[in-house]
Design a protein around this ligand. Structure first.
Ligand code: NOJ
Length: 742
């Protein structure tokens, strides 16, 4: 809250800043109106993520000075060729900026971002973004369209895999780290790329989880839920922001002046580039808020959106709009200035070819160090959802039956948005376990699509019956998640449940390994399968990282960044829900009959399922045990100038070393607007050997108590607050109260 963005210019040393500013201003003075408008036009070179728009040929467009940036180019050779056309053959000689969606790794693919967020470790996010930037920059990429920071509370929406889950605070910490990782200390270095916080804003609230659907949220919801991760990216100095596809107050984000000029630029101080999403300008016509591209171009430039990704609206209309006196040329200049500043900050004026170097490419891509980093992040991303009777880790010398097509599907391990990822780089779970276990039998049992035939089923049952433990890989295909991949049913696709049903009928304990890009509705599995390890789509080091956990070489430490619903009917479901007038939390009622007692009946609850999720936000088991004692506050009263210290002692009372994620939530008891029942405000990963204890302290200030009040301002209101310390949103171990006084 109350962020002030660190602009790209602010981040430059004074001398470079002066050089960039001077170069930008002299270019602005030299370029014709047509050339300036050309700078704002972004075209697609290679593959498309939507309808191909316009008929401009990329090469000709660059030559004619009609293109300022290109997305989705194929390789360094093509990139160099485009840059030569721009710098040496076009009249203006302004270098291009080249963009690609590098979302969770470039060639060395890391876990999907939702999985990475399950590490609850921002340093893991920074590490994977750092590696991704190093590889992307070595491959000619200047600009990645990442991180996605959309807060996702509807797992039907396929794009929840791309961001950091349901909580604004966790998402902010992770998103900030991603920006730092991508952009590094110096954007002009040959191992950093410009980041892009997307999709601004509210896209995660797409109604019914249906992709590209409408959004209707209040300003309070926007500011409290969807905006914070963007603010965290601005704090980290992100140099670009992408418009979302959705509406806000019935106006598309791309042409929404309240969102772009007023909120993002004036209030939050963002001075760098705003790029549209794929044809999101053109879609104003489909939304029915513009009649043609002329109206589109006018609305978007006036709203403060700078670069037009593929709609062609600016390229075809802006010159005439200025010449007709409809759009002031200063708006075009401001947008071009922002893009040229990006080019300057990237060092492209000094050396437009600095990112194209085949020698560097071979040294920096898919190195052993990068693979090791991917394994580390993948290890930390896994969440042990349950582990009844200590089924996991696998006992030494045990015979294991591995079942499930996903255990051997390299392509699925890469997840959606895989940039230059190559299935040939992936080590699958089957490959690793075959290597590391003396007694492993693999039976496909069901295909990666979830198809089961009777012969496969019988073979799986036979193998499992003969083994000491069954490890069963189940879940989604990667293509069932990501953009344009909403699902209405969130159970295990196909016949996978039939497979599990048959296997739990044997006397052999079963551990399920889940591969998926979203929370699934797996209540049957949760009830009948004794151990479940959530692995997400873990990336190139899938096999080694999962085996490390299964074999007990790494004690799982991931925690859910989004809750798992019992059923789709509970969606949207998230821990930091607002209070209702008739709360039924923890109501001990029979769910099979409508309650007769009016005090129980007329409550905010379902007749057929509990209100609570299957697995809560923050949930995750380990192979050891942690106990919390001595939770205390250093004072019972603070003023807005004070700091409150929350202290807790955590002890590892089990037999293995492990990592506990201590979580601190706040509950503002009475406020001018309804507040969530709890909100995460701090967390810390604490590494403890068996028998070891540590005292952890968290400092809170009045800034942590601020919210968007009934006076439409950010403020902390005096009154009583609860501090809730726990292991998960549904596992609070201690509640302490304090008061904020004037
Ligand atoms: C559409 C997606 O919404 C966006 O996230 C992505 O960056 C662009 N396509 C470019 O691929």
């Amino acid at each position: 809250m109350a962020t002030q963005a660190q602009t790209l210019l602010d981040q430059l040393p004074p001398e470079r800043r002066a050089e960039v500013e001077e170069r930008v201003e002299s270019l602005l003075a030299e370029l014709s109106l047509e050339q300036k408008v050309g700078q704002l036009n972004q075209l697609n070179a290679d593959f498309a993520t939507g309808t191909a728009v316009g008929d401009m040929d990329v090469e000709q467009g660059i030559l004619d000075g009609d293109i300022g940036s290109v997305l989705n180019f194929a390789d360094v050779e093509e990139a160099r060729h485009f840059q030569e056309l721009a710098v040496e053959e076009s009249d203006h000689g302004v270098p291009l900026v080249l963009a690609l969606d590098v979302i969770h790794g470039h060639r060395t693919i890391f876990p999907i971002p939702l999985g990475e967020a399950a590490s609850w470790n921002p340093e893991m996010a920074a590490l994977s973004a750092r590696v991704a930037a190093t590889e992307a920059a070595a491959d000619g990429v200047h600009w990645t369209f990442a991180p996605s920071v959309d807060v996702g509370r509807d797992p039907r929406w396929g794009r929840v895999m791309e961001a950091a889950g349901e909580d604004p605070y966790l998402a902010s910490e992770i998103s900030n780290a991603r920006v730092r990782g991508f952009q590094g200390e110096d954007l002009a270095a040959d191992d950093t790329v410009l980041a892009c916080a997307k999709h601004y804003v509210g896209y995660g609230a797409s109604e019914a989880g249906r992709e590209y659907n409408t959004v209707d949220i209040s300003e309070t919801n926007l500011r409290e839920v969807h905006l914070p991760p963007f603010e965290a990216c601005l704090d980290a100095g992100v140099g670009s922001v992408m418009n979302a596809f959705n509406l806000y107050e019935r106006i598309p984000a791309s042409s929404n002046e309240t969102l772009v000029n007023d909120l993002l630029r004036s209030e939050l101080g963002f001075e760098d580039v705003v790029v549209s999403d794929w044809n999101s300008f053109g879609e104003l016509v489909e939304h029915g808020v513009a009649g043609d591209l002329r109206e589109v171009a006018r609305a978007c430039i006036e709203a403060g959106s700078d670069v037009d990704m593929v709609s062609g609206a600016y390229a075809t209309e802006l010159v005439e709009l200025v010449e007709d006196g409809v759009v002031d040329e200063s708006l075009v200049d401001a947008a071009v200035r922002r893009l040229l500043t990006v080019k300057g900050a990237l060092g492209l004026f000094e050396d437009p070819y600095r990112y194209f170097d085949e020698e560097r490419q071979s040294r920096r891509i898919l190195t052993e160090d990068h693979r090791e980093a991917a394994r580390e992040v993948a290890r930390e991303s896994q969440v042990l959802l349950k582990n009844e009777s200590d089924v996991l880790p696998v006992d030494d010398g045990a015979s294991v039956a591995l079942v499930g097509g996903l255990a051997d599907s390299a392509t699925d391990m890469l997840g959606a948005w895989r940039a230059e990822g190559d299935p040939d780089d992936v080590t699958t779970l089957r490959t690793t376990l075959a290597d590391r276990l003396d007694d492993l039998t693999y039976v496909e049992g069901c295909s990666r699509d979830g198809a089961v035939d009777d012969a496969q089923l019988a073979a799986a049952v036979e193998a499992v019956t003969a083994a000491d433990l069954a490890v069963v890989a189940v879940g989604e295909r990667y293509s069932q998640t990501g953009e344009a991949a909403s699902r209405a049913h969130l159970d295990l696709p196909g016949d996978q449940r039939r497979l599990l049903e048959a296997l739990v009928e044997t006397d052999t304990p079963v551990a399920a390994v889940l591969f998926n890009g979203r929370p699934l509705a797996i209540d049957w599995t949760a009830e009948h399968v004794p151990a479940i390890l959530e692995a997400w789509f873990p990336g190139v080091e899938a096999g080694p990282a999962i085996a490390d956990v299964l074999l007990g070489e790494y004690n799982p430490s991931g925690r859910l960044p989004m809750c798992f619903p019992v059923t789709e009917g509970q969606i949207p479901i998230y821990y930091n829900r607002l209070r209702t007038g008739r709360p039924a939390e923890n109501a001990d009622v029979d769910l099979t009959e409508p309650p007769a007692d009016p005090a129980e009946k007329y409550m905010s609850r379902y007749l057929d399922v509990p209100n609570e999720p299957l697995y809560a936000f923050g949930h995750g088991e380990t192979y050891t045990e942690f106990t919390y004692t001595d939770v205390s506050l250093d004072t019972a009263t603070i003023t807005s100038a004070d700091t409150l210290s929350v202290t807790v002692t955590v002890e590892n009372t089990g037999e293995r070393s492990g990592t506990e994620v201590v979580q601190v939530y706040l509950n503002d008891l009475v406020a001018s607007r309804a507040r969530p029942v709890r909100e995460l405000v701090r967390f810390e990963n604490v590494d403890l050997d068996a028998g070891e204890a540590a005292t952890v302290s968290f400092e809170l200030t009045a800034a942590d108590l601020e919210f968007w009040t009934a006076d439409d301002e950010y403020a902390a209101e005096p009154g009583e607050f609860e501090v809730q310390v726990g292991r998960a949103a549904d596992d609070i171990v201690a509640v302490e109260t304090f008061e904020l006084v004037e």
